[in-house]
Write a protein that binds this ligand. Structure first.
Ligand code: NAD
Ligand code: DAU
Length: 362
């Protein structure tokens, strides 16, 4: 039976993964290792049965001790700096956590798992479609053989970590799998990424800052579908292989934003209590949310289009997204409205400071 170390398990996707895997594989032991950076929230794991260790993936002695003492045979590696805008303002943390941090983790896994005659194990690395660069309108979607062409410090750091994972498989025989996925959305996402940021801004009557012309295209993947894909890669993936995971929902940002605005308007129209809870929302005053849309300067080096060719994951892992974007988005809006305590807790801290400094300069 697998005994899991989940790095970054207090972050958005990590916490969703722990919750998902706990349900599908209830007998497995799960240890979460998380440094609780600005993006990590212990509250995202409230009520979930797992051991939580507050620590850094770069602490090799700690990781080796956890692998040995807890009998870990599977690492699911989420821990990273994950926001493109932050990587533009301050790339160093991305090199430290994503490149050096991943290398420390690989070294610890090699030391413990490959010593002597070795033991059955798996190192699963969670990566991104951004390593493949940017597509033109008619280009074929990213497949696992698309050459790497990262454009931001974030995607370059993830590309470097992917290469290190590949090298540890080929050179030392570490049993690795990698998944490269598209834009996730869903519960527990830190409100700096497009969907939660715009939702919470809409509830407070704050501008919705659209970068450039808003016609950049992303493939939107509900986080639970992503977690099923990772779980399938753990259970059925072949060591040394990579799998692309997508949501089958390629949409321009403006379409996502218009969907969000209309959904907020409909939610307020259907529930009078929302106007009392969020009196600053335009929807509380009978004004459409789309009036908050504001064009701002484009993100430097902004990738135009991402799209995922997920045929390999479908054929070899049996993966397919279970939700349409409309279904996933409706569930996400309902979750943020029902879990105000979670995002208020996040807003009380570093997010508020970050928004204050960044929106002043934009
Ligand atoms: P997140 O920013 O929400 O969470 C990252 C977590 O990692 C946080 O809990 C943080 O405290 C922790 N962490 C960071 N550095 C650490 C360190 N040195 N040691 C221990 N913990 C550390 O990120 P996310 O959106 O959940 O993304 C998780 C992974 O998935 C990342 O590797 C990211 O590159 C990848 N990914 C994300 C998306 C997306 O749409 N969010 C898409 C593709 C791939
Ligand atoms: O494709 C996978 C990647 O998706 C992950 O690897 C990253 O960790 C994750 O952050 C995400 O990257 P993006 O840069 O695509 O996500 P973000 O939510 O920051 O932006 C989505 C799109 O919306 C992008 O085209 C930029 C635009 N945007 C974003 C913000 C935050 C805006 O127009 N305004 C905004 O305020």
């Amino acid at each position: 039976m697998a005994s899991l170390l989940v790095t970054g398990g207090a972050g958005f996707i990590g916490a969703n993964f722990v919750r998902y895997r706990r349900t599908t594989h209830p007998a497995e032991a799960i240890v979460v290792l998380d440094a609780l950076t600005y993006a990590g929230n212990r509250a995202s794991l409230d009520g979930v049965e797992c051991e939580f260790v507050h620590g850094d993936i770069a602490d090799t002695a700690l990781v080796e001790r956890l692998l040995r003492e807890r009998g870990i045979n599977t690492i699911v590696h989420f821990a990273a700096e994950s926001h493109v805008d932050r990587s533009i303002h301050g790339p160093d943390a991305f090199i430290e956590n994503n490149v050096l941090g991943t290398h420390s983790l690989l070294k610890a896994a090699r030391t413990v798992w490959l010593a002597g005659s070795g033991m059955p194990h798996r190192f699963h690395h969670v990566s991104t479609d951004e390593v493949y660069g940017s597509l033109g309108p008619g280009d074929p979607a990213f497949s696992e053989t698309t050459p790497y062409a990262p454009n931001s410090p974030y995607s370059a750091s993830k590309a470097a970590s992917d290469h290190l994972v590949r090298a540890y498989h080929h050179t030392y025989g570490l049993q690795t799998t990698v998944t490269n996925c598209s834009n996730n959305y869903g519960p527990y996402q830190f409100p700096e990424k497009l969907i939660p940021l715009f939702l919470i801004n809409a509830l407070h009557g704050r501008p919705l800052p659209i970068y450039g012309d808003g016609l950049q295209v992303r493939d939107w993947l509900h986080v639970e579908d992503h977690c099923r894909g990772i779980s399938a890669a753990l259970d059925r993936g072949k060591p040394g292989e990579t799998y692309n995971i997508g949501g089958g929902a390629e949409l321009p940002n403006l379409t996502v934003i218009d969907t969000l605005c209309a959904a907020v308007d409909a939610a307020f129209a259907g529930d009078a209590a929302l106007a009392e809870r969020f009196p600053d929302a335009p929807a509380a005053k009978g004004i459409v949310t789309s009036t908050l849309k504001t064009t701002v300067a484009d993100r430097p080096g902004h990738d135009r289009r991402y799209a995922i060719d997920e045929r390999k994951a479908r054929a070899e892992l049996g993966y397919a997204p279970a939700r349409t974007f409309e279904q996933g988005f409706a569930a996400t809006l309902a979750w943020y409205l029902a879990n105000e305590g979670w995002w208020r807790g996040v807003l009380d801290g570093s997010y508020r400071d970050w928004v204050a400094t960044n929106y002043a300069t934009r």
